[in-house]
Design a protein. Structure first.
Length: 149
């Protein structure tokens, strides 16, 4: 487990994890477009398993929405009973080979370049019992099952 506290370490961890693993799932409050992390996601969009992105406060960039609007794997949170605010990225090859980034960073150019963010990078080896991966899976499933998508 590592604490990432610089935008460069976050960007590097995201891109390495995306390249290393065969699937990615994510839940974020908002996304921007046209930054290296997003470019990398688009290059590897065949790896997207599932994703959900909030659109509160008009923070998700229209180009991101337009790119993924007709992709059934990526949903947009239109309404919620509060602010939709998760920041979870799960990269997986198998149940015993996965990486998770979880913390304050939305999928935005600012989070990946100039903001002060803090994220934990957790790997399968940090979770020998599988409890964390089960909780991540159930959390993502719950977020994606919302009727407000």
């Amino acid at each position: 487990m590592r604490l990432l506290t610089t935008s460069s370490s976050l960007e590097r961890a995201f891109e390495q994890s995306l390249t290393q693993h065969t699937r990615v799932s994510f839940a974020v409050a908002w996304s921007s477009h046209d930054f290296p992390g997003c470019d990398e996601l688009i290059r590897h969009e065949d790896k997207i398993d599932q994703g959900v992105v909030g659109i509160h406060f008009y923070q998700t960039h229209p180009s991101f929405i337009e790119h993924f609007l007709h992709d059934d794997r990526v949903k947009f949170m239109k309404n919620s009973s509060g602010v939709f605010h998760p920041k979870i990225y799960v990269f997986e090859t198998s149940p015993k080979d996965w990486t998770c980034l979880i913390g304050s960073a939305n999928f935005t150019a600012a989070a990946f370049s100039t903001n002060s963010e803090a994220c934990l990078l957790i790997e399968a080896k940090d979770d020998p019992s599988g409890a964390t991966t089960r909780k991540l899976d159930s959390t993502l499933a719950r977020l994606l099952a919302s009727e407000n998508l």
